[in-house]
Write a protein that binds this ligand. Structure first.
Ligand SMILES: Cc1cc2nc3c(=O)[nH]c(=O)nc-3n(C[C@H](O)[C@H](O)[C@H](O)COP(=O)(O)OP(=O)(O)OC[C@H]3O[C@@H](n4cnc5c(N)ncnc54)[C@H](O)[C@@H]3O)c2cc1C
Length: 466
């Protein structure tokens, strides 16, 4: 492909340094972090720096009938950024400028390749707060966060990415540039096209600029740990905390598998004899000590056998760090369970109404036994959003089949409990069938109508979502 007319056109438009065909690099850009999802090899990876260059890429690819797969940092967990054979991968990482931070309007305007943590730190310097904080915040991009509608730990109080996206600049499949939304505090003109593109996983357009809303910096938070002898009691505690009208700024659950995996990966003194640990924080200013005490009482009433508050900010940060280690620790656990690089981790993502959390946790434990696969559960318990991590031996088709069965059973259970097949990771390749199951034939038809209206040739991130 090195000398094809399309590559020549791309080099003319972007310059040779932004048009990459090195085979190692093409391989690197095949996939995101999702295990067991199909991926193809792109023909070329391009790294535009401006909206005009994105327009040139989309127009050139369309002229040759070649698919375009947008990518951010490829930390996605649903295969949504996976390439298809022969595609142009549109890597947005070089568009990483924070263009404006306006403390009066409380907005920031950024290019999509800005890393989440870079934005959070930049606005914090001005006493402001960009709340969405996916576990991948040190590497994932705002464009990727918007395209997956990412959540995170503080979303239990502050809401997910979509709450903060005020406006977008989007390059459509036609090469036209669409501006959606606003930079005003209020605004209701026309259909809410901004929300249409949030969570669209690169299938409706390429996001080239994002206007986000900011909050004043939150008060210092106080943190508490509650230890339970069953995951269902921890789930019950979450429902009781919500029923009391409390508003924790963080309410996370780690099960025994995760506690053991973290201790084996980086010993932190966590209790590995516990079935579940709830990590809660409150940032309600003067009310915080009282709110934290109340959360502790509710946890004890729900069956916690130990409740303790972090003594200072250093201990609170260490507890948060333990939660952040869940993903690498489970990868380490999978690698130890099935050595020689065969340990795979299917990271599921299911959200149920908070009142059904205990039933979900009980059900996942039953599914692990029935399917005979190790499953650890971690997640944003306060949102009813859990990540059952299914450990499989990639080299053993029986183990992989068991893992897939467990995955399907968890999806079925989540929907039966009134939940959704994905709380934050998105549909990508992993959940297409389950999306169709969740939204039904009319929902599928409306999705398809929107897709074909915006991308009639089906060249933008084909095969994803539907
Ligand atoms: C350790 C770890 C922890 C994680 N924790 C969380 C978590 O707490 N919450 C959560 O929600 N997710 C989490 N994730 C998943 C992942 O980080 C998020 O989905 C994130 O939003 C992906 O961002 P990215 O820049 O890596 O995008 P990518 O993975 O590269 O892409 C994701 C999707 O966005 C599309 N896309 C990217 N940029 C653009 C653009 N500019 N225009 C149009 N489409 C675009 C891609 O085509 C793809 O469909 C975690 C992942 C890891 C590895």
């Amino acid at each position: 492909m090195a000398g094809t007319p399309l590559i020549t056109e791309l080099r003319a438009a972007l310059g040779a340094d932004a048009v990459l065909t090195d085979p190692d690099l093409l391989r690197m850009h095949r996939r995101d972090e999702a295990d067991l999802c199909a991926a193809g090899t792109p023909a070329v990876v391009v790294r535009p720096r401006t909206t005009e260059e994105v327009v040139a890429v989309v127009r050139a690819a369309a002229g040759h009938g070649v698919p375009v797969v947008p990518q951010g940092a490829r930390t996605g967990l649903a295969g949504a950024a996976n390439a298809v054979d022969g595609a142009v991968v549109l890597s947005m990482v070089a568009m990483d400028e924070i263009r404006e931070i306006d403390p009066v309007s409380r907005i920031a305007v950024v290019q999509p390749g800005v890393v989440n943590a870079a934005l959070a730190r930049a606005v914090a310097e001005q006493g402001l707060y960009y709340p969405p904080d996916p576990g991948s915040w040190e590497s994932s991009t705002i464009g990727g966060n918007v395209s997956t509608n990412a959540g995170g730990m503080c979303c239990v109080k502050y809401g997910v990415t979509t709450e903060y996206v005020l406006g977008l600049e989007v390059v459509l499949a036609s090469g036209e540039v669409l501006r959606t939304g606003r930079r005003t505090a209020k605004g209701v003109a026309g259909y809410d096209l901004t929300r249409l593109f949030v969570g669209s996983e690169g299938t409706l357009g390429v996001i080239t600029e994002v206007t986000v809303g900011l909050r004043p910096a939150p008060e210092q938070s106080l943190t508490l740990v509650a230890v339970f002898d069953s995951t269902a009691s921890a789930g019950d505690a979450v429902a009781r905390i919500a029923a009391q009208g409390l508003t924790p700024s963080l309410l996370e659950l780690l099960d025994r598998t995760h506690l053991s995996a973290i201790e084996a990966y980086r010993p932190m003194g966590l209790r590995t004899d516990a079935e579940a640990l709830l990590l809660a924080a409150v940032d309600t200013g003067d009310r915080a000590p009282g709110d934290l005490a109340l959360i502790g009482e509710v946890c004890t009433a729900a069956g916690a056998d130990e409740v303790y508050a972090a003594t200072d900010a250093v201990e609170a940060a260490a507890l948060l760090q333990a939660r952040r280690l869940a993903h690498p620790a489970m990868e380490h656990f999978a690698a130890r369970t099935y050595p020689q690089g065969n340990g795979g981790l299917v990271i599921d993502d299911v959200a149920v109404p908070r009142a059904a959390l205990a039933a979900l946790l009980d059900g996942v434990a039953r599914i692990a036994v029935e399917c005979d696969v190790p499953i650890g559960v971690v997640g944003h318990a306060g949102d009813g959003n859990m990540h059952p991590n299914i450990v499989v031996d990639r080299a053993d088709p029986v183990s992989v089949a068991r893992g897939r069965r467990a995955f399907d059973e968890i999806m079925r259970l989540g929907l039966a409990l009134g939940g959704t097949c994905t709380g934050e990771h998105g549909v990508g390749l992993l959940k297409r069938d389950w999306l169709a199951e969740e939204i039904g034939p009319v929902g599928v038809r409306v999705h398809q109508a929107i897709k074909s209206a915006l991308d009639p040739a089906g060249l933008l991130n084909p095969g994803k979502v539907l």
